[in-house]
Design a protein around this ligand. Structure first.
Ligand SMILES: *Cc1c(COP(=O)(O)O)cnc(C)c1O
Length: 423
């Protein structure tokens, strides 16, 4: 967790002189190595594929690095599909897993040959209408196992309360209908967890989905070609939490594959993930400067980033490790709330956290911010979202997204029209 920040205090200070805080910084080498570990663990399956969840870190530089490591993309909106396109990720390397999807997004995905993953049985007709009667040759459905699958958490909720996917009964009807429509290649998708650290959870999910794949073959004569296990693999945000052992997960799933998939004649079946968090999460940091210090009923450190840059603590009460650059080994003998400038009291990166003494000008490092970080940012309170840097493998640093300007904030206002309105 805290130990993996790749820059010394001197190096970070230099970076902050060139690119004023706040900013995100990502570690290319660590992301590549992590992706290789992920792929290696699942190489025991025929033709394994990871579709990186674009929403976690929607930056084409990152997508391009992951493309080089063999990843596709998992998209849920038109801009995400376009980002994939710009990066050169195309066709069956793009999984379009959306919900409440507008017709024009389906049209775009269809024209690019992306894999369309439908979220409901009624979307078959909706898609056909959107495409003027045409229909893709490949289709995937999202399965919601409902109460079959216990679990869920505050991020994704319980499956039976989740808005996503088709019921078991609907799935059979939906595959049969698509077969009639001339679909030739079928996939099955499910995602019932978010930020889950228990490796057995994923093995159990595979068991449910593999049994269903076998049943679909025996009842409908449809041979699924891929199973997408979704995202949801967690990362250890908290000290003492264990990283998910992907070798253990892969081997556990392989055993069920051998027990269920092979005897039902479904081998080779492509196993896919669409993970975001475990791919880039631990390898991105939000860097911010302590600009205020106040002592009232509690001791506060005010920083120049806010919840508009990183929403997770405010939104979910999520924990992110906080360290102070250059004070990694100093005693944590102060208790602070580390806070941003939003007029919302939940804008706190750390609450009653044991930290070393922080003085104005210190560079504060917020860890594990490489997924669902900058991406979830917003402009409430007129806050401008910060930019993103990439630490290259050769140690150089490039800017991969500038920070927002006031002009960006005003871009959707027409001041000429407003002048006329005022006159
Ligand atoms: C959010 C999401 C993902 C990625 O989840 P992570 O927790 O970042 O791995 C994948 N697929 C779908 C459909 C999602 O909604």
């Amino acid at each position: 967790m805290s130990s993996n920040f790749p820059l010394t205090n001197e190096q970070l200070k230099k970076v902050a002189e060139k690119y004023p805080t706040p900013f995100y910084i990502y570690d290319e080498k660590a992301i590549r190595e992590n992706m290789r570990y992920f792929k290696k663990a699942f190489s025991i399956f025929p033709d394994f594929r990871e579709y990186f969840a674009v929403k976690a870190l929607p930056n084409p530089y990152i997508l391009s690095i992951l493309k080089e490591e063999g990843c596709g993309t998992d998209c849920s909106s038109l801009p995400e599909l376009m980002l994939s396109d710009i990066t050169g990720v195309k066709g069956d390397f793009v999984m379009f897993t959306s919900n409440e999807t507008p017709a024009k997004e389906f049209q775009y995905a269809y024209e690019r040959g992306d894999i369309i993953n439908l979220d409901d049985i009624t979307h078959i007709d909706f898609l056909k209408d959107a495409l003027g009667g045409k229909f893709p040759k490949t289709i995937c459905f999202r399965y919601n196992p409902g109460s079959l699958k216990a679990g869920g958490n505050s991020i994704i909720g319980k499956p039976e309360e989740a808005k996503y996917g088709l019921t078991r009964e609907q799935l059979f009807e939906a595959y049969a209908k698509c077969k009639e429509l001339g679909v030739e290649h079928f996939g099955l998708h499910t995602m019932v967890a978010s930020n889950e650290l228990n490796p057995n959870f994923f093995i159990d999910t595979a068991r449910i989905v593999f049994a269903l794949a076998a049943e679909i073959k025996s009842k409908l004569g449809i041979r699924l070609e891929f199973v997408d296990l979704g995202g949801g693999i967690g990362i250890p945000y908290l000290q003492g939490q264990q990283k998910v052992d992907l070798d253990y997960v892969a081997q556990g799933i392989r055993k069920i594959y051998d027990d269920v998939i092979v005897p039902s004649g479904l081998d080779p079946l492509r196993i896919c993930w669409e993970c975001g968090r475990p791919i880039t999460g631990p390898y991105g940091w939000l860097i911010t400067t302590a600009i205020h210090e106040k002592h009232i009923y509690r001791d506060y450190i005010g920083v120049d980033a806010s919840m508009a840059d990183l929403m997770r603590p405010g939104m979910y009460g999520a924990y992110h490790e906080v360290t102070v650059s250059g004070k990694e080994d100093a005693p944590r003998d102060h208790v602070y709330d580390v806070v941003g400038s939003l007029c919302e009291n939940c804008d706190k990166f750390a609450v009653q956290r044991q930290l070393p003494e922080i003085t104005r000008g210190d560079l504060v490092i917020i860890h594990d911010a490489g997924a669902h970080g900058r991406a979830m940012g917003f402009n409430y309170n007129g806050k401008l979202r910060c930019g993103e840097l990439l630490l290259r493998e050769d140690g150089s640093i490039i800017q991969i997204r500038r920070s927002e300007t006031i002009d960006d904030y005003f871009a959707t206002l027409d001041f000429e029209a407003f002048k006329a309105f005022k006159a």
